[in-house]
Design a protein around this ligand. Structure first.
Ligand code: MTE
Ligand code: MO
Length: 428
């Protein structure tokens, strides 16, 4: 026998004994954390003794996750009431928030949405260009190589689709809130490119078009373009994924998802609002409706425990979730475990960034009884996430338990915990 692996096994045995001792003292001191008691020896993963992952070029070259981790995106069943069978995984696809860890979604799990049902173009970055023209002094066509010569920014931002609107009939947080994701985006600020081409004084809007024949075009205020819009080619440390706009897209922080033009190839500075395909849905807005598309309100959701999950036993749990705002960073998050009667300030798990998800946590000793748990966020400019009742009142519609707010619904989500630990949608 290999003397090295023998001594390692001895080490592991010693470790198992130490863990046993800790578990014994923990039970003496009556710590209420649910814990699996040490059950003798720890498994050993010595070569030739335990299952191993066969090494392939793909596995080493790019990397794959453990086959024990199976979390997946699913067709969205909310929002536009699209039949998932009809459009499958190509229209609106929801991220598995119930399994999310930390604050960014892995690129492979970031939600995706396209307005044309089956559109994911296969664009050669060496041939792709971005033209900026219209009311500018020096119209210009940028190649991808040109874009990468400008100073870059790297920022965390969420995107959220207008159809991310919890219904009382949804079962899981993937269904209620899975059309938002947060990522680290890298690119050049649009304001840098605008300085390069020289925006004329009368240009008050710009139109951004994607590569598809429908163009995915939106009209966006010039002020926003001069502030924080990113022409992004990087996502979570690598190139954008095709579904998310490869080779280049707009990130329009805090605006409704549809403004974040993917596969962007043309930006035109204009002096009045233009009616594009996407803007059709934005017609006839009241001032409140317009405010709701240009800046997503403060919003939060508990991702654990959430619908479809089950608490195995009473005792301590960390209630955790995500919070964000389309106008600022998150200032704080409160959690209630008694259907909103009392609120507790949650711990923020990372530094809140403007227009980015932040993770919160609140330690809770579940007594085994029935509870309705809620989260509510306040952003750095003092806006507080509303309840469904408050939003209905602001929109001047009657509130019923089945009330389903329209798009950009940032209302408080509720999860119901039954005495057997099972978690269900608490809105109905
Ligand atoms: N060119 C183009 N850009 C687009 C779309 C599109 O269909 N075409 N979909 C928009 C919509 S509706 C949303 S919600 C966001 C989604 O971005 P994601 O797929 O990276 O999550 O992209 C927007 N940008
Ligand atoms: Mo969207």
């Amino acid at each position: 026998m290999d003397p090295k692996s023998k001594s390692r096994r001895e080490l592991l045995k010693g470790g198992a004994a130490a863990v046993g001792a800790v578990a014994a003292s923990a039970s003496v001191s009556k710590i209420a954390f649910a814990q699996t008691p040490a059950s003798g020896a720890l498994p050993s993963y010595a070569e030739n003794e335990a299952p191993m992952i066969p090494l392939t070029d793909d596995l080493i070259g790019y990397g794959v996750r453990s086959h024990y981790v199976t979390s997946k995106r699913i067709p969205s069943t909310t929002g536009y009431a699209i039949s998932p069978d009809e459009f499958g995984l190509s229209f609106h696809v929801a991220t598995p928030l119930q399994d999310s860890i930390g604050t960014i979604q892995a690129s492979s799990l970031h939600y995706t949405a396209t307005t044309k049902k089956t559109f994911i173009p296969d664009i050669d970055p060496a041939k792709h260009t971005l033209m900026i023209d219209g009311l500018v002094d020096r119209p210009r066509i940028f190649t991808m190589a040109d874009l990468k010569r400008f100073p870059s920014v790297t920022r965390f931002h969420f995107i959220e689709c207008n159809s991310n609107s919890a219904a009382p009939t949804d079962k899981t947080v993937q269904q209620t809130h899975g059309l938002t994701s947060n990522a680290e985006w890298t690119g050049v600020l649009l304001s840098t490119l605008f300085k390069e081409v020289g925006i004329k004084k009368e240009a008050s809007w710009f139109v951004a078009e994607g590569a598809e024949e429908e163009k995915g075009a939106s009209t966006i205020p010039m002020l926003k373009g001069m502030t924080d819009v990113i022409v992004a080619y990087g996502m979570n440390g690598e190139a954008l994924r095709p579904q998310n706009g490869f080779p280049v897209r707009l990130i329009v922080p805090g605006f409704e998802g549809i403004f974040n033009t993917k596969w962007v190839r043309h930006i035109k500075a204009v002096d009045q609002y233009q009616l594009n395909m996407n803007d059709y849905g934005h017609l006839n807005r009241t001032a409140l409706g317009a405010a709701m598309i240009y800046q997503i309100g403060p919003k939060s959701v508990i991702t654990f425990p959430s619908g479809g999950q089950k608490l195995p036993d009473h005792g301590w749990y960390e209630i955790t979730g995500l919070a964000w705002s389309g106008q600022a960073a998150v200032k704080n998050v409160e959690v209630s475990t008694d259907n909103g009667k009392t609120w507790h300030i949650a711990e923020l798990k990372n530094t809140p960034h403007p227009m980015a998800h932040v993770r919160f946590g609140y330690m809770w000793n579940w007594d085994g009884g029935e509870h309705v748990i809620l989260s509510r966020t306040t952003d750095a400019i003092g806006q507080v996430q509303p309840s469904r009742e408050q939003l209905a009142k602001a929109l001047g519609v009657e509130f019923t338990p089945q009330y389903r707010p329209p798009g950009n619904n940032n209302t408080i989500m509720k999860w119901k915990i039954a005495s057997d630990g099972s978690v269900t949608n608490g809105l109905a």
